[in-house]
Design a protein around this ligand. Structure first.
Ligand SMILES: Cc1ncc(C[n+]2csc(CCO)c2C)c(N)n1
Length: 235
């Protein structure tokens, strides 16, 4: 079994939970409230800029010229999606450049972007690179599923088409190949950190959508500590 197939198997439950999220169900049905999608797009535009920075930093740490070109190319693509797809939706929903700049990054978005930048900046290239994979892979899975279910005339069709496209599938494939190559050249200890970094990043994908669906801002200091938490120590 390849390393990325192993990553897939280890995170099967969480990835299924992401596919079943109400955000994705309602997006496919075209019933996701506009104000929820509007909030998501604004946060996602902030995310894309952070993600592009993380890709560019990973490019700088890459071991060979092919990997530098691949990761730097993906960084450019992330910015062009922000300008194209997100720019169009922001115009459609009346989000001005001033409103975008004035909207504070959400807790979930900040946490995800900070995690990616930290992994790429402070851990080995292999571990930072693997933190970047769920962004590609999960959006591909979600895009494919939603494209198969989407109702005709869905107002979110442009978003669905972006992530269900062949061009995007190629990018995912190249990332999987790069990670399998990198894992094969890494020690067992590094591969174990790659696995953890992948699983945590999958959790961030779930958290980002959950936060967008509930239109969450930052946790208030006097909030009730009611939410269910996962155990801090792995069982
Ligand atoms: C939270 C969040 N996660 C993943 C993506 C998808 N995505 C963003 S950049 C990129 C690679 C280069 O285009 C991909 C696949 C998103 N939009 N928002």
């Amino acid at each position: 079994m390849s390393f990325t197939q192993q990553l897939r198997r280890d995170t099967a439950q969480l990835r299924q939970q992401i596919l079943d999220m109400p955000f994705n169900r309602d997006l496919a049905a075209g019933t996701l409230p506009q104000e929820v999608f509007r909030g998501y797009i604004v946060q996602d535009a902030h995310y894309l800029e952070g993600f592009a920075r993380a890709l560019a930093m990973a490019a700088a740490k890459a071991p060979d010229a092919d990997a530098v070109a691949q990761l730097a190319g993906s960084a450019i693509k992330a910015i062009s999606v922000e300008r194209g797809l997100h720019g169009e939706y922001m115009a459609q929903f009346g989000v001005s450049a001033e409103e975008y700049e004035a909207t504070e990054i959400s807790e979930a978005c900040d946490h995800y972007v900070s995690f990616l930048l930290r992994m790429v900046a402070t851990d080995d290239f292999a571990v930072g690179l693997t933190a970047l994979l769920p962004c590609f892979w999960i959006y591909h899975e979600v895009g494919q599923k939603i494209a198969a279910e989407a109702v005709p005339g869905n107002r979110y069709q442009a978003w669905i088409d972006t992530y269900a496209s062949e061009d995007f599938a190629d990018g995912v494939q190249r990332m999987l190949e790069l990670i399998d190559r990198t894992a094969a050249a890494s020690s067992d200890a590094t591969r174990a950190r790659m696995q953890r970094s992948f699983a945590r990043s999958c959790w961030h994908e779930w958290h980002f959508w959950d936060s967008a669906y509930h239109m969450r801002g930052w946790l208030a200091p006097d909030a009730e500590p009611s939410a269910k938490r996962m155990p801090a120590i792995a069982e």
